[in-house]
Ligand binder design. Structure first.
Ligand code: PHE
Length: 338
């Protein structure tokens, strides 16, 4: 046993930890509950009486050496630690930037929610369309300027395949596959070959609505739009309808909402007190017929709005290009809106 302890003592004397973890390993190895020293003490207990005095002395020496070693190095290592850059707990925590909805998504969601409260479902369709769904079924005459290269992006040289210029094309698809009553809104991206400026872009988002049933009247259209305007812009909002023209509606109108300046006149409404918001009208019977809906039995109304424009009015955004630039300084301003 003597030799064994001497050997261990030598090992303990030689030990030099690199770091706190080394030292802790050493402590467990020697002083742990099942460590070397406690095992030696177990052996010591069984020794004959006459050997105990001598062995006890050397065993205690080992224990003291190990303790001192641990104390010495633990002091040295923690002193070194104080020289390390310390952690300042008063510093503000690191920020983990969370994503938020894009203003277009915020407004689209809000509009969808408003119409779903009065029974409209959401329908979607392809962005690459054919002439039939974008123009022909919607009563556009062959020579209509909207079909022109200046307005429409054609895919390849084939004049039949194009990027949709409005989501009315989705409504044609719905009418072809569903029998009335139909109550649907179609949100989606649309494309027009227009110069990009503060007010217009070649890509934007629309939501178009369609209601086809027996006895749907212009009064239903007006009521629906008034409900929508009040829900979106506030209870005190007023609407007005002006006559307009679209090939697929007859009569056609454009809806304005009262400006929040309450008629006092401001830059946003160009001192008119009114903001132009959407196009609408009663679905032309030709369109119903083209989509195999009995135009003697059914009537319908439709409307279409640009989401960019609504968001522009709602949040007083000055330039439509901001929506597409993904500048976080712009987008962050909407992060509080869910
Ligand atoms: N489709 C039209 C547009 O893109 C909007 C509209 C839809 C107008 C429905 C009337 C009825 O401008």
């Amino acid at each position: 046993m003597h030799e064994k302890i001497e050997k261990i003592l030598q090992e303990a004397n030689k030990f030099k930890p690199e770091n706190i973890a080394d030292l802790e390993k050493f402590r467990i190895r020697f002083l742990g509950k099942k460590g070397i020293i406690s095992q030696l003490f177990d052996e010591f207990r069984n020794l004959p009486h006459n050997e105990k005095k001598e062995k006890g002395k050397i065993l205690n020496e080992l224990k003291i050496t190990v303790r001192e070693k641990i104390d010495k190095f633990s002091r040295a290592l923690s002193v070194n630690r104080e020289n390390e850059p310390s952690i300042d707990l008063t510093l503000p925590a690191e920020q983990f930037p969370e994503g938020s909805r894009h203003p277009i998504s915020v407004v689209r969601k809000e509009i969808i929610e408003i119409f779903s409260r009065i029974g409209f479902t959401v329908s979607e369709g392809p962005e690459i369309e054919d002439d039939w769904h974008v123009f022909s079924a919607l009563n556009f005459p062959a020579e209509h300027p909207a079909r022109d290269m200046q307005d429409t992006f054609f895919i390849s040289k084939n004049p039949d395949i194009m990027l949709r210029t409005h989501t009315s094309s989705v409504q044609v698809r719905v009418m072809q596959t569903t029998s009335p009553p139909i109550r649907t809104i179609s949100p989606g991206r649309v494309f027009r070959n227009e110069a990009i400026s503060a007010r217009s872009h070649c890509i934007f988002h629309q939501i178009e609505g369609l209601y086809v049933d027996e006895n749907v009247s212009f009064a239903d259209l007006k009521q629906t739009l008034e409900f929508f305007a009040k829900e979106l812009f506030g209870e005190e909002t007023k609407i007005r309808l002006r006559p307009s023209f679209f090939p697929f509606t007859e009569p056609s109108g454009e809806m304005d909402v009262s400006c929040s300046c309450k008629g006092k006149g401001c830059k946003l409404c160009k001192n008119t007190g009114w903001l132009e918001v959407l196009g609408c009208g009663m679905v032309d019977p030709n369109v119903l017929r083209d989509c195999n809906i009995d135009d003697k039995k059914y009537t319908g109304f439709a409307f279409g709005l640009g989401i960019e424009r609504i968001a522009l009015l709602k949040y007083d955004i000055k330039d439509i290009r901001l929506y597409f630039e993904n500048d976080v300084r712009f987008l962050n301003q909407f992060s509080a809106i869910i």
